[in-house]
Design a protein around this ligand. Structure first.
Ligand code: DMJ
Length: 855
């Protein structure tokens, strides 16, 4: 038996070791004896769903990159409205088929796999004049080819096999071709890669249409090593691994030395941090994942040492079980936002690999409750588990963590969680031509997309979750999952000599198999369902009665009693601080919120704990809400609609008087093409609906038609600025130069008011103006609320109590809102809308709900 696992959570005692059968540590061996009576059909259900999804892609979309499951046709870049960065995954290389190759083997669809490999070899070419994301192409396509090659050779080379006998490593040769097309991206002085490359012309070639970018996300630069090292080692060509290592070295060098954290976006030329918010979700996620897995796959302890340093920092600053909250990398006791994104759902799975089960169970339980509340994990959700951004593009991260936790604990709870994922997909995402992304979990509306990762990852993890070892055509423990769930053999480091420059430290002599196993396998994975359950139970009631979970304290502050004997609340008031009850889940029934929440002071000291801050940092840009004020009769300025601004076009916050004009609806209403009613729009403010193309595209069309401003209305039903935090529209990579008209965004509830006004009164004039400069408010401009959004919780003995349902008289969370005198409540309408929010990138894409692109 091969059992060379060095448990990664150990302080690295020694450097490198040969390839490790890392997944052997989990009680996979228990799999065959585990009773799973109620779930025997779940595996069949997953297979049926996969056949539906993959069959639909092959029937309606292939050879296109992706399926459009609502239109029942393929998405071909250039033929569909441009979706901005999301489209950078599409390289006219039959993305979904390549991404699905090794899933076919895991699901035992071996005939289909053989056929799929033939098709890829015959049909897929990379010499395309297309600009693609380096990160996405690496994890999905290069990873897909390598996973496919690993499966093909495994099937071909096993004893007495008749499978794949004809296979001559063609997928590996294709991977080499693609690898060379990605290499020009690394042609920077720092060694950090450009975010995009033209598959035919590289980066700096005049024909490449790329190479002007200066930034990339941390995950984009730090998620190359598994695929590039595998390619180097399979081919014996060191160049790929060297470049990926160099990029990782730069990120490590550039970490914040005090906190050991990294930021979200980095300048690829000088290595300066562009965005210093630091979390484990969008923009950074797979950088951490790849440090850990590079150690597992390549046996190089330097990666483990780096991972351990980052992990300690994450657990110190970012992890507030069950929450994972982004902080500022230079000032890590400061949380930078009050919401989490869905990409961080992979993190409990990574914690399982790290051997840190308790926080993994806690965070996973929190995520499970969010999915139970909203059917799917919304792209972003608040610390009160409300929807922050309602989209759900069928992401697999939650299923991934569920699989790893089941493998580690053997707790059937995780089978039930898996079954709930299956049921939600069938109930709310299944359509006649596949599975459709959910546009908004609140309304259940669909989007015409089925991303390739749905086939690459979701079905793999779900199928493995419900499978016994005997159900699989090979031993899954011999492989490491890439971030896209592609399978790379753990034999890579020992079966091939490492490239000379690619070994950072030498391997120590192997001691007994458990010498580096820390903590003990026996104590860590007791195969005792009660082990996980005991931890989970504390988080059972996060949602529901008393439902919000206050992050644990970051630091305490003390408010001394004033000499004058003023009560603390009065003192706070005299300082311009108003205490307000939180709207939802406060459990408070009546009375003056702040006073009711405050306990009597003790010993002359009034103790409060600062439990979370959402603070405008120097890097954060303050989102200044905009007003659409209807000024023509009969409204006469009394109807003021709160709107979100744009990051491009006229900056209304710097414009004293705003822009006035008559509202005219654009035709087409989406404004994705040049307006057919240009003459009517001339000199007026255009009204258009969100969706189908980017805001920048719409804005350009309307400006070129002569509009002096544009109002975009949300296409999702039921959204409103009272419920959903405002965001800034971004150009999303598309050109925004020359767009100078003001652009504002209305959620659908406010949009309906405006549309009704236009329908009822025809000639409707509005003023687009910064919120605090709306007519009738001029004198109050100086009193704008300070967007501190500091939440405080009164410290009392319940701090020590386990998390659970709270009684009505229990001291609960209150919100401390700092305002200037007389203006308390300025932000009440949409407190979040007053926050300075920072965006995030993932794979070059804007993954920040506060910076939404139009589709
Ligand atoms: C996948 O493409 C990969 O898992 C990536 O690392 C981030 N997430 C998407 C799916 O959500």
């Amino acid at each position: 038996m091969r059992f060379t696992t060095k448990w990664p959570s150990c302080t690295a005692r020694g450097p490198s070791a040969p390839a490790r059968d890392f997944t052997s540590f989990v009680p996979w061996a228990l799999g065959s004896s585990r009773p799973r009576p109620a779930f025997s059909s779940a595996r069949e259900q997953v297979l049926e769903m996969f056949d539906h999804a993959f069959g639909s892609y092959m029937k309606y979309a292939y050879p296109a990159d992706e399926l459009m499951p609502l239109s029942c046709r393929g998405r071909i870049r250039g033929l569909e409205p441009n979706r901005g960065d999301i489209d950078d995954s599409l390289g006219k290389f039959s993305l979904t088929l390549v991404d699905t190759l090794d899933t076919l083997v895991v699901l035992n669809r071996l005939d289909e796999f053989e056929e799929a490999v033939r098709r890829v070899i015959l049909d897929v070419r990379f010499d395309n004049d297309v600009v693609v994301s380096v990160f996405e192409t690496n994890i999905r396509v290069l990873g897909g080819l390598l996973g496919g090659h690993a499966m093909a050779t495994m099937l071909r080379d096993r004893p007495a096999s008749e499978r794949m006998a004809w296979y001559k490593d063609e997928l590996l040769h294709m991977a080499r071709d693609l690898g060379h097309r990605l290499l020009p991206a690394f042609n920077t002085t720092s060694g950090l890669p450009y975010p995009r490359v033209n598959l035919r012309y590289g980066v700096l070639n005049p024909l490449s249409r790329t190479g002007t970018e200066s930034d990339t996300c941390t995950a984009c630069a730090g998620t190359m090593i598994l695929e590039f090292a595998a390619l180097s080692r399979m081919l014996g060509e060191a160049v790929f691994e060297e470049h990926a290592r160099r990029a990782l070295d730069v990120l490590w060098e550039k970490r914040q030395r005090g906190s050991d954290l990294v930021g979200t976006v980095i300048n690829i030329h000088n290595g300066d941090w562009v965005r210093r918010d630091s979390g484990v979700g969008a923009g950074i996620d797979s950088y951490y994942e790849y440090l850990m897995k590079a150690y597992i796959l390549l046996g190089d302890a330097v990666f483990l040492q780096r991972f351990n340093a980052h992990y300690a920092a994450i657990m110190k600053y970012i992890s507030q079980p069950p929450l994972l909250l982004s902080v500022h990398m230079h000032n890590p006791t400061v949380s930078v936002r009050g919401w989490m994104d869905s990409l961080l759902a992979f993190f409990p799975g990574l914690q399982v690999l790290r051997g840190d089960l308790k926080p993994a169970i806690e965070t996973h339980e929190m995520l499970y409750q969010v999915t139970k509340k909203h059917k799917f994990l919304p792209e972003a959700f608040t610390t009160e588990f409300r929807v922050h951004w309602g989209q759900h593009p069928l992401r697999p991260e939650f299923a991934e963590s569920t699989y790893f936790l089941y493998k580690a604990t053997g707790d059937p709870h995780y089978l039930r969680v898996g079954k709930s994922i299956v049921d939600s997909l069938n109930g709310h995402a299944r359509v006649p031509c596949g599975f459709a992304a959910v546009q908004d979990v609140r309304t259940g509306t669909h989007e015409d997309r089925m991303d390739s990762f749905f086939l690459a990852e979701m079905f793999k993890y779900l199928f493995l979750l419900f499978s016994e070892k005997a159900d699989l055509p090979f031993n899954i423990d011999d492989y490491v999952f890439t971030t896209e769930a592609h399978l790379l053999p753990v034999t890579l480091s020992s079966s091939r000599p490492a490239c000379p420059t690619n070994v950072t430290v030498a391997a120590p002599a192997e001691e007994d198999p458990f010498s580096y196993t820390c903590p003990s396998l026996q104590t860590l994975f007791p195969n005792n369902p009660a082990f996980a359950q005991g931890i989970r139970d504390r988080y059972k009631y996060l949602i529901g009665a008393g439902g919000s979970h206050a992050p644990t304290s970051v630091r305490g502050i003390e408010l001394p009693l004033h000499d004058s004997g003023l009560e603390p609340i009065e003192l706070l008031k005299s300082m311009g601080i108003t205490l307000m009850a939180m709207g939802e889940g406060s459990g408070r029934e009546s009375g003056t919120p702040g006073q009711q929440a405050m306990p009597t002071s003790e010993g002359g000291v009034y103790r409060v704990k600062l439990v979370a801050e959402v603070l405008t940092t120097p890097e954060a840009e303050t989102l200044v809400p905009v007003a659409v004020q209807i000024i023509s009769p009969p409204f006469l300025g009394r109807t003021v609609l709160t709107a979100g601004p744009a990051k491009f076009g006229m900056d209304l916050s710097k414009n004293e008087h705003g822009v006035k004009g008559r509202v005219v609806r654009s035709a087409p209403y989406s404004a994705c093409g040049p307006p057919t009613n240009g003459a009517e729009l001339q000199g007026h403010i255009a009204l258009a609906v969100r969706g189908d193309c980017m805001f920048a595209v719409k804005a350009r069309h309307l400006q070129e038609a002569g509009a002096i401003g544009a109002i975009f209305i949300d296409h999702s039903e039921g959204t409103s600025s009272e419920e959903t935090p405002l965001f800034q529209m971004v150009g999303d990579g598309g050109p925004v130069d020359g767009i100078s008209i003001p652009l504002v965004f209305l959620f659908s509830k406010e949009g309906r008011v405006l549309v009704k006004a236009v329908d009822d009164h025809h000639n409707v004039d509005v003023l687009l103006v910064s919120r605090h400069k709306q007519l009738g408010q001029e004198g109050k401009a100086a009193h704008r609320a300070i967007a501190m959004n500091i939440k405080i919780r009164v410290a009392d003995e319940s701090d020590a109590a386990p998390v659970g349902p709270r009684s009505a008289d229990h001291t609960d969370t209150i919100e401390l809102l700092l305002t200037t005198e007389g203006m308390s409540g300025m932000c009440q309408e949409s407190v979040d809308g007053c926050k300075g929010l920072q965006g995030q990138q993932k794979g070059g894409a804007s993954a920040d709900p506060s910076e939404c692109q139009s589709p």
